[in-house]
Design a protein around this ligand. Structure first.
Ligand SMILES: [Zn+2]
Length: 174
């Protein structure tokens, strides 16, 4: 069927993937700069379904927004973001709800943030994690994902969870 590839088919052959290009931490949070490679910036309904099938608890995460984040949500390289202020950042709209509602159409690094938190909660069941995802370089399709640290541990488990989440998500983007 069909001798030429429609746009949908090309998209299927060349899906987007996520690449962590930098990581860092401070005394309260760890972050990853995530580049979206490809033209599909958001989770399709199919990706959302696959993700929720493997990680059903994602649906119950509290989530303030999956709205496209304005460019002015830029965070300078060296700025310190207190997890307590996460809720005040520009992407935190009044739109409170559950991530299950936001996931279809969510920006892929935002999905990565929630997946990393989901992995951390398994490892630190008594902790509450705060996360935030902002555009860092809009034209380069790079977002910074930041997650608060568990009380009894340093940044290593959070940095690892961000890497693991990127690998898991990339498998689902194929
Ligand atoms: Zn969220």
């Amino acid at each position: 069927m069909g001798y030429t590839l429609g746009q949908m088919e090309i998209r299927r052959l060349k899906p987007s993937s996520l690449s962590i290009i930098r990581q860092g931490s401070d005394d309260r949070s760890a972050w990853a700069d995530v580049a979206i490679l490809g033209t599909q910036l958001t989770a399709t309904p199919e990706v959302a379904e696959r993700l929720l099938l493997k990680h059903p608890s994602l649906a119950l995460h509290a989530c303030k927004s999956s709205l496209p984040i304005p460019h002015q949500a830029f965070i300078p390289e060296d700025s310190h973001v207190d997890p307590a202020t996460f809720g005040l950042l520009p992407n935190a709209q009044e739109d409170k709800g559950l991530f299950g509602e936001h996931l279809p159409g969510a920006l892929l690094p935002h999905a990565l943030e929630h997946l990393a938190i989901d992995l951390l909660v398994v490892r630190f069941p008594d902790e509450t994690f705060a996360g935030n995802t902002c555009w860092l370089e809009r034209e380069e399709q790079i977002m910074r994902v930041r997650i608060s640290l568990p009380k009894e541990a340093g940044p290593a488990p959070v940095s690892q969870a961000l890497l693991d989440a990127a690998a898991l998500l990339n498998e689902m983007l194929i």
